[in-house]
Every structure is written in structure tokens, then in C-alpha cells.
Design a binder for this molecule. Structure first.
Ligand code: B12
Length: 308
């Protein structure tokens, strides 16, 4: 059952939903979606219901709707859960699916999890399933592990199964023929490989052939793959924190490894390397907005051989 009590501070909500804290405040101010409860010291505390609304607003915006249109749609649907929220099941068709996946992980039931994932992958387009179901469930479970509410075994079971399901979706949407290739990988010390798989699904639907090296990819592996595959673009994902010295060292090594292939860095932890990346000739994506990202990638990629 979705909980309507305020529990999460704005920074956690930002991490859970992928929406910047400044944007959350702006949505609240401009559209009243959502209006979180406040603590006695006036800090915002968001409930599960608030979080579902933010996710929904984000998905609509990612699908190309303006925030004001999306907010109006949610309001028109009677999707404003303040002050006493209704059950979200009637307004969010994906909520039950997410709940059954989380349940299967809580019960540590691999068969049930696989069955639910099979069901989930039939619910819509690849990007919808990733954004509405797989990504939020992985984030919820990862966060529960971070907070000590789930075991590492549960987290591993879920991460493996969800990554595999997302990979299957990626296989279904990969383009054929001489589509431009993008190589995706995480920074050398970074375990957060799911980011590259979820991102890959979006990129494949935009016409990119996606090759994923995934978590913990050292500069030497990027150099090898760049020379072998000659991709039109290299995308590096940066999530976990590094020391400033390690960040400098790695960015320099990646800049050397990519050679003359354009490269872009994104992800939750991109701000710690952004100035270094820009200074060494790379590009930075600091907010995941499909429309602008798509145009940006097309603008910086080198032409395919056929077009050169
Ligand atoms: C799941 C998770 C894990 C999983 C990762 C599983 C996997 N295989 O990916 C596990 C459990 C392994 C894990 C481990 C750790 N984690 Co963790 N993890 C998370 C969690 C819950 C979700 C991350 C995620 O997958 N999001 C979903 C993806 C799809 O979203 P995304 O990363 O934002 O990526 C999207 C965009 O950013 C963009 N994007 C991403 N990369 C790129 C690249 C390019 C080029 C472009 C254009 C776009 C782009 O596209 C993606 C598509 O939507 C977050 C907290 C949270 N609530 O978000 C913490 C979080 C990221 N983890 C954190 C930490 C600290 C760790 C650990 C260090 C914990 C520990 N003490 O061991 C270790 C990391 C070890 C390491 N060296 O990397 C911190 C990071 C803070 C920081 N910057 O340091 C967070 C924020 C948790 C927290 N609140 O503290 N984690």
C-alpha cells in the first residue's frame, strides 16, 4: 500500500526520482505538484504518494510534454493526492507491477521475480517499461539496500534480474544496418552499471546501435574498444564519488583513450568531473532530458562511415 506520510527529504527524493531539487521546488511553486508536508523546522518531507506524482510528471515531460501541460493532465485526472491521497492504483497503471516486483524481491523468490519481469516487459514500449517499472524498482531496491532495509543478496538478485530484463528490451529495440554506434561504459571505479543499460534503451530507440561495456571500465578498455569498433560517440557514466585526484587522473586517461572520437560524460555524479571533462575536450550532460540530450548527441557525434 502506498504510504501518504511525509518521510523523505528533498535530496533523497531527487536521488530516487532523478529530478533535481531545484526542479522539485519549481514544480511545487508553479504547479503545486506535489506540495510536500513540512517538518516543524520547515523542511520539506515527501511521501510515497508525492514521489509517485513526481515520477509521473517526469515521465510525461520525458515523453515530450511541457511541465505545465503534464501538471494540468495530472490535475485533470484527479491525480492530486493532497490533502488525503486516494490509492494510486487507479491513476498509475504501473504501480501494481512495481509493487509485485518489490514483493518478489522481499520474499527472495527468484521464480516469482522472473515471472513478474516477464509480465512487466509486456506492458508497453521499451522506454515506458524502463522508466515506469524497471528503473524505479531498481532504484527503490538499491536505496533500500543503501538504507539497510534489504540484504545484499536481495539487492544482487534484483539488480541481476532487472538488468537482464532491460538488456532483453535493448536487444529488441537495437537498430539494424549502418546505424551510428555509441559505446557506453562507467568510470573505472564505478559499480552503477544499470545506468548505462537504461540509457542504452533510450539511445537505441533514437537510432543508435548501443554497445555496453558497463561497470568499472578502465581507460585501457575504452582505448581498445574505440580502436576496434570506431564508434561515432563514446558515453561515459559517472555516479560514485571519487577523490579529486582520482577524478583528474581518470578524466585525463579517458581523454587520451578516446583519441579523436567525441565523448560525453553523464550520470548522477557528473558534477565532480564536469569542468575537467570540458577542459579536456569532452562534453557533459548534466540533466537527463531526452529531447535535449537526443539533439546534443546528434550534434556532437562524428558522421558514420557511410556519410563521411
Ligand atoms: C542501484 C544503486 C546501487 C547499486 C548499483 C547496481 C547497478 N548494477 O547499477 C549498487 C547496490 C551496486 C550500488 C553500490 C554503491 N552505491 Co549506489 N545507488 C544505487 C541507487 C539506489 C540507484 C542508482 C541507479 O541505478 N539509478 C537508475 C539509473 C538508470 O539512473 P541514473 O544513474 O540517474 O542514470 C540515468 C541518467 O543519469 C543518465 N545517465 C547516466 N549515465 C549517463 C552517461 C551519459 C553519457 C549520459 C548522456 C547520460 C547518463 O541516463 C540514465 C538513464 O535514465 C542510487 C540512489 C538513488 N536513489 O538514485 C545509489 C547511489 C548512486 N549509490 C551511492 C553509493 C555511495 C554507492 C556505494 C559507494 C555504496 C557503498 N558504500 O558501497 C556503492 C558503489 C561502489 C562503487 N565503487 O561504485 C550514492 C552515490 C553518491 C555519490 N555520488 O557518491 C547514491 C546516490 C546513494 C546515496 N544516496 O548515497 N548502488
Amino acid at each position: 500500500m502506498t504510504d501518504a506520510r511525509g518521510k523523505y527529504r528533498i535530496q533523497s527524493v531527487s536521488e530516487m526520482t532523478g529530478v533535481a531539487a531545484a526542479t522539485l521546488r519549481a514544480w511545487e511553486r508553479r504547479y503545486g505538484i506535489p506540495i510536500p508536508a513540512r517538518t516543524s523546522s520547515s523542511y520539506r518531507v515527501y511521501s510515497d504518494v508525492d514521489i509517485e506524482m513526481i515520477r509521473r510528471l517526469r515521465v510525461l515531460c520525458d515523453g515530450g510534454m511541457s511541465p505545465s501541460e503534464a501538471a494540468r493532465l495530472i490535475l485533470d485526472e484527479g491525480d492530486t493526492p493532497q490533502p488525503t491521497p486516494p490509492s494510486l492504483d487507479s491513476t498509475d497503471p504501473f504501480a501494481p507491477m512495481r509493487a509485485s516486483l518489490v514483493r518478489a524481491v522481499e520474499l527472495f523468490d527468484p521464480r516469482q521475480l522472473d515471472r513478474e519481469l516477464d509480465r512487466a516487459t509486456a506492458l508497453g514500449t521499451a522506454t515506458t517499461i524502463v522508466e515506469q517499472v524497471l528503473r524505479p524498482v531498481l532504484v527503490q531496491i538499491g536505496q533500500a539496500w543503501h538504507d539497510g532495509h534489504m540484504s545484499i543478496a536481495q539487492e544482487h538478485l534484483a539488480t541481476e534480474a532487472i538488468t537482464a530484463a532491460t538488456r532483453r528490451l535493448l536487444g529488441l529495440v537495437q537498430p539494424d544496418g549502418d546505424a551510428p554506434t555509441i559505446l557506453l561504459a562507467c568510470f573505472a571505479d564505478d559499480e552503477h552499471g544499470y545506468a548505462t543499460v537504461a540509457l542504452g534503451v533510450h539511445l537505441a530507440t533514437w537510432g543508435w546501435r548501443v554497445v555496453i561495456l558497463g561497470a568499472r571500465t578502465p581507460p585501457a578498455a575504452i582505448k581498445y574498444a574505440a580502436e576496434e569498433l570506431e564508434p561515432q560517440l563514446i558515453g561515459m557514466s559517472c555516479t560514485a564519488k571519487m577523490t579529486p585526484q582520482r577524478a583528474r587522473e581518470l578524466v585525463q586517461q579517458y581523454a587520451d583513450a578516446v583519441g579523436d572520437i567525441p565523448w560525453i560524460v553523464g550520470g548522477f555524479g557528473v558534477s565532480q568531473v564536469a569542468p575537467l571533462v570540458l577542459a579536456s575536450g569532452g562534453h557533459v550532460s548534466d540533466d537527463f532530458h531526452p529531447k535535449t540530450l537526443r539533439a546534443m548527441l546528434d550534434g556532437i557525434a562524428r558522421p558514420t562511415k557511410a556519410r563521411r
